[in-house]
Design a protein around this ligand. Structure first.
Ligand code: PMP
Length: 457
């Protein structure tokens, strides 16, 4: 008996308003109070442009969640998804697949040398969870030193290692075992009140002090350039120094490159800026330019060797899912073909120059910082005290944020930009043109007068 589907193309019959209403009514809006959630209906997207349900076009100035690095509707990636779906849509993780082998080979070309064993997940969060378990199994130790002003994911282990107030909802009951926090590395607002370079990178010394005074430390976990919490670039000496400290004490170094990987900062991986190879590299987002959900936990050969005769106690049903791996191969090949890592590096001085002009013009900008096509515009009430307009406590307590008010005006002028607490993230797709950079920055420029006016209020 053939059972006819009730409706073959139900979504086409929904109006844009219905799409928004149903979404809002029956889905959770994340990291927010549900009241007041009015999601925009994205109906289409191409290149650096997204299109809403009414047909209005917007420049995607933060690559959605800093993940649509290739831009939307890349035909090679679309074809790879379709081909893989025709060929083999699922195989359980114990099997070898062509997509898995091809991606593994390609990863060896682009990852830092010596990182050669892979565990594929479907998110950055899961890739971090895998990293923590692997670090604990390998070292036989439990504690992980993470840092404040960090984000590593939303599930039990990864939120416990997250150094911002999103963790608070988990505490005390949900607090993960064995996570210690070191101060963030933030020269613009040093939490331990030092000044670079006179400080001698005291924030790295602090981690050494922690390791010496704690037993049982398995790993130090860092975002090479802090993402969500403000695009914070460490000083040049920090990462090499941290590598030396980890080596001296036999502690693993985990680099969470979920946001910073895949050309975003003008290198394939941000750790390359300092020539530092981590023991475990975690990534997601740009690995498929977010066409499909894929995360990766990649380890050194030393760790891989250990598991030759130690039980690897980890796995997922959707691990190494062929439909996620084939588009990653296409994404990486497209990045190579189009020279997008080089392009991000070449465009960086242009973006930096433009943002510095904005800073000279708007007293509400305290700092602009970044690398490649990954920049923060950090707003402050007062350039001397560096006090932000809003804090994380405002966000988690549901207070309206000034950056959200400004982002709404920017949106009305046809640009989407990530606003987070008291800064904006300028991170367009790596295919962005100079004209698009000019457009995004000019719209930001126009509406920063709102922040300037709030200064004198
Ligand atoms: N780590 C970092 C540095 C991230 O930026 C993110 C996501 N923004 C995650 C981990 C979590 O990744 P996902 O949202 O794919 O679970």
């Amino acid at each position: 008996d053939v059972v006819e589907p009730k409706s073959s193309n139900k979504s086409a019959s929904l109006t844009s308003q219905q799409v928004v209403d149903i979404t809002r009514q029956h889905n959770y809006g994340t990291w927010r109070f549900q009241k007041g959630w009015n999601p925009m209906h994205i109906a289409d997207a191409e290149g650096c442009t997204i299109v809403d349900g009414a047909g209005k076009r917007y420049l995607d100035f933060s690559s959605q969640l800093m993940c649509s690095n290739l831009g939307h509707k890349n035909q090679a990636v679309i074809d790879a998804i379709a081909r893989q779906a025709q060929e083999l849509s699922y195989a359980m993780p114990g099997y070898a697949t062509t997509a898995r082998a091809e991606l593994s080979q390609l990863l060896l070309e682009v990852l830092p040398k010596g990182i050669s064993k892979f565990f594929f997940t479907t998110s950055g969060t899961e890739a971090n969870e895998a990293a923590f378990k692997i670090a604990r199994m390998y070292t036989g130790k439990t504690k992980i030193i993470a840092r404040y002003r960090s984000y590593h994911g939303s599930t039990a282990g990864s939120i416990a290692a997250t150094g911002d107030p999103r963790r608070w909802a988990m505490e005390p009951g949900g607090k993960g075992p064995g996570v210690l926090f070191a101060p963030e590395v933030h020269c613009y607002k040093c939490p331990i009140k030092h000044t670079y370079p006179g400080c001698g990178i005291a924030c790295a010394d602090y981690i050494e002090h922690m390791i010496r005074n704690e037993s049982d430390v398995a790993a130090v976990l860092v975002e090479p350039i802090v993402g969500t919490n403000g695009v914070i670039v460490p000083p040049e000496e920090y990462m090499p120094k941290l590598r030396r400290i980890c080596d001296e004490y036999g502690v693993l170094l985990i680099a969470d490159e979920v946001m910073t990987g895949w050309g975003r900062t003008g290198e394939w991986f941000a750790m390359n800026h300092w020539g530092v190879v981590p023991d475990i590299l975690v990534t997601a987002k740009g690995i498929t330019s977010a066409y499909v959900p894929l995360g990766l936990c990649a380890t050194s050969e030393k760790i891989a060797d250990f598991f030759q005769d130690h039980y690897f106690a980890h796995g997922h049903t959707y691990e190494a899912h062929p439909l996620t791996l084939a588009p990653a191969v296409a994404t990486i090949r497209e990045m190579q073909r189009l020279g997008l890592v080089e392009r991000a590096r070449e465009r960086a001085p242009y973006v930096e120059g433009k943002l510095k002009e904005l800073k000279a013009k708007h007293p509400s900008i305290g700092d602009v910082r970044g690398k490649g096509l990954f920049w923060a515009v950090d707003l402050v009430k007062d350039r001397t005290t560096k006090e932000p307009f809003n804090t994380y406590s405002d966000k988690v307590s549901g207070k309206p944020l000034l950056v959200d008010q400004i982002a709404a005006k920017i949106l009305a002028d046809g640009v989407t930009i990530q606003a987070w607490v008291s800064h904006f993230v300028v991170a367009p797709p790596l295919i962005v043109t100079k004209e698009q950079i000019d457009l995004g920055i000019s719209v930001l420029d126009k509406h920063l007068v709102i922040a300037d006016a709030a200064l004198s209020a």
